[in-house]
Unconditional design. Structure first.
Length: 136
């Protein structure tokens, strides 16, 4: 299945007073990875802006395994795990980039493809489905 990996270094603004990565920072990192993964399978940012058809997060499941801390270098890997006509699931792992055996979090997100501004579900574009099938 299609996958994409991004890297981030934990900065001060990613952490709480104890130097531990805050949950919202993980979601921001996942958002970056997910957006680039979506581009890889045909959800072009400029085209989405023109067509007003967007993949929208409908559900997030996240398991915190171990806290990342200030200065850690993280590898965020996203994979498109499955899809239907109007939605798809992405799975993510956040690991230590220098020691990949260290797993910080796992996450699953369901995305629905919607036409804006109505917010109505639509089918995943055919060109995206063909890229998903090529990678399977």
């Amino acid at each position: 299945m299609p996958h994409y990996t991004t890297t981030e270094q934990v900065m001060f603004f990613d952490t709480d007073i104890g130097g531990v990565v805050h949950n919202i920072a993980y979601l921001r990192m996942i958002e970056t990875c997910r957006t680039l993964l979506a581009e890889e399978v045909g959800f072009d940012l400029k085209e989405m802006s023109e067509t007003q058809i967007f993949p929208v997060v409908a559900r997030t499941e996240i398991d915190y395994r171990k806290p990342a801390t200030l200065g850690d270098r993280l590898a965020i890997t996203g994979t498109i795990a499955e899809h239907t006509r109007t939605s798809f699931w992405c799975e993510f792992e956040v690991r230590n980039a220098e020691n990949p055996d260290t797993l910080y979090i796992t996450c699953r997100q369901k995305l629905a493809v919607v036409q804006m501004p109505q917010g109505r579900p639509v089918r995943i574009p055919a060109e995206v489905i063909s890229l998903l099938k090529e990678e399977a």
